[in-house]
Write a protein that binds this ligand. Structure first.
Ligand code: F6R
Length: 241
């Protein structure tokens, strides 16, 4: 595990963008696993800037997103589809068929998991998986559990996650109670993992992630067993280590 400590959120975003840029330059048809949430917002802006300045070419890049709320459609501003397309994909030269997201409006959840599973298999191994971390240690939407998940599934969100994510919604009641997520196994099969975190409220979970016991009750702790993890985090998020 490599840990890169930065002083600011912006520096964290720049360093993480540099790592993703190196990945794309060394393998132009890289498969990137992508995350949403507040943490990677500035990172996506940095990648867009690199594209605009002619430093990066996304024409062969393929991406697969980690998760999606059940019940939110593509036009809903809180859906991860909306986030990715509007904050990132529309601003770079990625080809439309090359980015993949879960469909929050799928009628049959099992079929949707199956469909996405087939996409992941057809892409082969994820070259670089970007992750943020939830306050309770979730990665993707793998919430604390009694076991580490093996298959893409629909997870019930825990109270802590619903409360934390309510900051994005007008009414806390609007936060979906279920979300699709790649499994821990899919994440662990990525060749490289890049975890980003910032802010004081992430300090405790970052301590558990890096120094704590490996347990499915703290899903992020499993990363201690991955052979190529880079953490880029600001000094507040790393303040308890
Ligand atoms: C979202 C995702 C989640 C977030 C986590 C942290 O695609 O994978 O695990 O990374 O909830 O969210 P923020 O960045 O908003 O603190």
């Amino acid at each position: 595990m490599r840990i890169i400590k930065t002083y600011t959120y912006e520096e964290m975003s720049s360093k993480a963008a540099d790592i993703i840029a190196s990945q794309i330059k060394s393998k132009p048809d890289s498969v990137l696993g992508l995350a949403t949430g507040s943490t990677p917002k500035c990172l996506y802006e940095k990648l867009i800037n690199k594209y605009v300045e002619g430093e990066l070419d996304f024409s062969q890049v393929r991406t697969v997103n980690l998760d999606e709320y059940k019940g939110l459609d593509k036009d809903n501003e809180q859906s991860y589809y909306y986030y990715m397309v509007n904050k990132f994909f529309n601003h770079i030269n990625i080809q439309e068929g090359n980015y993949h997201l879960l469909n929050g409006m799928a009628e049959d959840s099992d079929e949707e998991c199956k469909r996405y599973n087939e996409i992941i298999r057809s892409l082969g191994q994820i070259d670089l998986q970007l992750l943020g971390v939830g306050l309770n240690g979730h990665i993707g939407f793998n919430e604390p559990n009694d076991y580490f998940s093996k298959e893409i599934y629909l997870d019930a969100l825990k109270e802590k996650t619903i409360k934390s994510n309510s900051r994005f919604f007008k009414d806390p009641e609007d936060v979906p109670r279920f979300a699709y997520t790649l499994a821990i196994k899919d994440i662990m099969q990525a060749k490289k993992i890049l975890l980003i975190a910032n802010g004081k409220n992430k300090a405790e979970i970052m301590r558990e992630a890096i120094c704590g016991k490996i347990t499915p009750q703290v899903p992020v702790s499993i990363l201690q067993l991955h052979q190529d993890v880079t953490i880029v985090a600001d000094c507040e998020a790393l303040s308890l280590i």
